[in-house]
Design a protein around this ligand. Structure first.
Ligand code: ZN
Length: 276
């Protein structure tokens, strides 16, 4: 007998599974997640489990997580290196004015609404309105897990969010992104070393290092125009380095399931340069 993978066959299978569940209400009552039990009950039914396996591509999304996450982005990278490559490829499109705005259509909107999120990259970036990660990397709904704070510093809450992004959502790359003309870094350079709000003083270690680099290069460490660009790079680098030695990032890096990198976005040419 040929296997039918059309919507009518799947609908009939679903109806049959639900009627069996209705005859066994005690089984549903033991589940803390009735909808998940619906799916398991459906897939436990021998003949229909075979149908599910054979017709996987046509299964309604509500059934699919019984065997793993549903990736709404059909081109979702599968390795950390591919994740970085996808970010840079998207930025290349953006920087040359060829952005595709992928993953904004009805199919993606419906998919992310019906399934758990599966971002392939986590971004720690500045709150600056000129540096929106999804646009400058030309990525779609559900692709990027983004933490934004003025000055792209690492904070306790931010680190907890990033931990969720890599630990629970399995983002493959974590990019700390600074940018040209960052007001927070500029304020830190001109305020250093006086007391300042945390979002400024968190940048002071990078300012200290940038002043040293400028001085060692024969420049003037008291000239903000010389120190600010260096401080922007150093702050992204130091923040990435800070995250890289902390749990859970260091363990994920060690087992090859995460890349942590630093980059800087140019307002002039809209290109991201990776620093690590
Ligand atoms: Zn900024």
């Amino acid at each position: 007998m040929p296997i039918r993978c059309d919507a009518a066959a799947l609908s009939a299978a679903e109806s049959d599974a639900r009627s069996r569940d209705a005859r066994s209400p005690d089984r549903l009552a033991t589940s803390p997640h009735p909808s998940a039990m619906d799916r398991r009950a459906f897939l436990r039914l021998g003949g229909y489990a075979g149908l599910a396996g054979l017709c996987w591509g046509l299964l309604p999304a509500r059934f699919a997580d019984a065997a793993g996450p549903v990736y709404c982005n059909p081109n979702r990278p599968t390795t950390p290196a591919d994740a970085m490559a996808a970010l840079m490829a998207g930025n290349g499109l953006w920087a040359t004015g060829n952005q595709q705005h992928p993953g904004e259509d009805t199919t993606r909107r419906d998919c992310v609404a019906q399934n758990d999120q599966t971002p392939f990259a986590a971004i720690l970036s500045c709150a600056d309105s000129r540096v929106p990660p999804a646009l400058i990397f030309d990525q779609g709904l559900g692709d990027l897990f983004v933490v934004r704070v003025a000055g792209n510093s690492n904070t306790a809450v931010g680190q907890q969010s990033l931990t969720y992004g890599v630990n629970k959502l399995h983002a493959l790359a974590l990019l700390v992104l600074g940018h040209q003309g960052c007001g927070a870094v500029s304020t830190a350079v001109t305020s250093f070393p006086r007391p300042a709000p945390a979002f400024v003083s968190l940048i002071y270690p990078a300012v200290r290092k940038a002043r040293l680099i400028v001085q060692q290069g024969g420049g003037n460490p008291d000239d903000p125009t010389q120190v600010i660009p260096v401080a922007i790079e150093q702050h992204a680098l130091m923040t990435a380095a800070q995250l890289s030695v902390r749990t859970p990032f260091k363990d994920l890096i060690r087992n090859g399931s995460l890349i942590v990198a630093a980059g800087v976005y140019s307002l002039d040419n809209q290109a991201v340069t990776i620093l690590t």
